[in-house]
Design a protein around this ligand. Structure first.
Ligand code: CP
Length: 312
């Protein structure tokens, strides 16, 4: 692949190869000397048009550990604020010969559009409700390391499915790897046609969590609810917030995941989120750096194999 825009085009064997490479980067990241020269001589630009802690920090660390020249564009201080379009901004940066562009944007499809206009590799760091491919890959790596496999698991994805690019990418990835996926949440937060994706749908949390291996909680994304139904946090926590009582329905060794940022006391009980016997939330963050290193490593191999394109 030239870019990583989503999980949709990836084959199961490509996902497995990427996770195998990520495992090697986990080992490197745990070593005293974390440096490699994989991206040496390459320029990586991070363009985040939406807030981020985990994704931006891990892409920056990943690039620096692999020897790239990394630039974080401050979109708040850029000429976007003067009315410059996304495409003009991308073309401007493209003229400076970057090799890797990491882009997060609030509009679904914006990163795909940008990828068509530049002649470097583009990585989708989350576009609207569409996809967040590196999140799904890091979630997959976390599950594989915790459970010893990434197939024939029963996985509950719970909460605000409708607004979640994390859910969308995870449904595709975990489905390709032949897992059983349950979507649990209020009908108002389920996207139309969700059953077509081959998932089971539950409105009742206790039913949805019965005997699952993995419980993946999602953030209630109020910023994307644009005037639609917004549940009261108190009522939502009562019905859909994960606590020890609801988790007791899952298998005794079920793991608890959350992509972050978390709303403690809204979608998850804070004590449970911090319980190192059940929660793998910190492992997810750790896997994020390794997966992003593996993604950029593979894209850089492709870049180096292609003849340099003439600037258009
Ligand atoms: N999971 C995730 O994308 O977190 P950030 O918004 O902090 O990057």
């Amino acid at each position: 692949q030239r870019h990583l825009l989503g999980i949709e085009p990836l084959r199961p064997d490509e996902i497995t190869a990427l996770l195998d490479l990520s495992d090697k980067y986990v080992t490197l990241n745990r070593a005293r000397d974390k440096r490699s020269t994989t991206l040496s001589g390459l320029t990586q630009i991070n363009m985040f048009f939406e807030n981020s802690t985990r994704t931006q920090a891990s892409f920056e660390l990943a690039g620096k550990r692999m020897g790239a020249d990394v630039m974080n564009m401050s979109m708040q201080a850029s000429s976007i604020k003067k009315g410059e379009t996304l495409i003009d901004t991308a073309m401007t940066l493209n003229a400076m010969h970057p090799d890797l562009l990491v882009v997060r944007h609030p509009h679904s499809g914006a990163v795909d559009l940008l990828a068509q206009k530049v002649n470097c590799a583009v990585i989708n760091a989350g576009d609207g409700r569409h996809e967040h491919p590196t999140q799904a890959l890091l979630d997959a790596l976390t599950i594989r390391r915790a459970k010893g496999r990434l197939h024939r698991l029963s996985i509950a994805i719970c909460g605000d499915i409708a607004h979640s690019r994390v859910a969308r990418s995870n449904i595709m990835l975990l489905g390709k790897m032949e897992n059983r996926i349950r979507l649990v949440g209020p009908a108002t937060l389920m996207p139309a046609g969700i059953r077509d994706l081959g998932c089971e749908v539950y409105e009742d949390m206790n039913e949805g969590l019965q005997d699952v291996d993995v419980v993946m909680m999602l953030r209630l994304q109020k910023e994307r609810m644009d005037g639609g139904f917004i549940p009261s946090e108190r009522e939502y926590y009562h019905r859909y917030g994960l606590d020890a009582e609801k988790l007791a329905r899952a298998k005794p060794d079920a793991i608890v995941m959350h992509p972050g940022p978390m709303n403690r006391g809204v979608e998850i009980d804070g004590t449970l989120a911090d319980d190192i016997n059940r929660s793998v939330i910190q492992e997810q963050v750790e896997m994020g750096v390794a997966v992003r290193m593996a993604v950029m490593d593979l894209l850089a191999r492709n870049l180096r194999a292609r003849p340099k394109e003439v600037l258009v």
